[in-house]
Design a protein around this ligand. Structure first.
Ligand code: C5P
Length: 209
């Protein structure tokens, strides 16, 4: 499953994983963990080298601090390390190993259908209007007790969208065989029902002789 920031893909991927009883990897967390590891070196000349070293040293233990990794700042930092080809390369095998475990898995990110798992059984590409995504993300932060400046959040989401879309190493576009799902007008239950219908339909077509 791929899609832009705050498109609902994380929640949908977790919902699909629960529905089909599959393990789930939020690959954005990998990039966020690398971004966090180099957060004090953003303007340093060796920023890229540090990001590459952090990506190569990444293991599951670094992902065990979700609250710090889910801030808007961590998202922006993630998108800065995500433009470094060697950072992406270092994390590709980790993602592929997760995807290829017996029984399968659900992964969400930006390049899952195009680069990480080009042979996935089912690919979903989630889209949603940037204002709707901002509002959703704002409510998530508010539910955690944070005050939110919506215009600043919108600007961050746009900044991240632009960097992700223009990332020459990003693979962030719908694969030819991806199913598009626009969640702008859907609440999470409706979006999950639509995603399950897409997966069931695709699997049924695959299983036909
Ligand atoms: O999905 P999430 O918002 O957590 O991702 C944070 C950032 O990590 C994205 O904006 C993107 O720059 C990067 N990312 C990526 N490829 C992925 C997952 C995330 O480039 N598969």
């Amino acid at each position: 499953m791929d899609g832009p920031a705050a498109s609902g893909k994380g929640t949908l991927a977790a919902g699909l994983a629960a529905h089909y009883r599959l393990p789930h990897l939020d690959t954005g967390l990998l990039y966020r963990a690398v971004g966090r590891a180099v957060r004090n070196h953003v303007d340093a000349p060796d920023f890229e080298a540090r990001a590459i070293a952090a990506a190569r040293a990444l293991d599951a233990a670094h992902l065990a601090v979700p609250d710090e990794l889910t801030t808007a700042e961590a998202g922006v930092l993630a998108s800065r390390v995500a433009v470094v080809a060697e950072v992406r390369q270092a994390m590709r095998q980790y993602q592929r190993d997760f995807a290829h475990q017996p029984g399968g898995a659900v992964l969400d990110g930006r390049d899952i259908g195009t680069v990480v798992c080009p042979d996935a059984d089912v690919k979903l590409f989630i889209v949603a209007d940037a204002r709707a995504r901002t509002e959703r993300r704002a409510r998530q932060f508010e539910a955690r007790g944070h005050r939110v400046n919506r215009e600043a959040l919108y600007a961050q989401i746009e900044e991240r969208d632009a960097r992700d879309r223009n990332n020459p190493h990003g693979g962030f576009y719908p694969a030819d065989d991806a199913h598009l799902l626009d969640t702008t007008q859907l609440d999470i239950e409706a979006a999950l029902r639509a995603a399950i219908a897409i997966v069931d339909g695709a699997m049924a077509r695959k299983e036909k002789p």
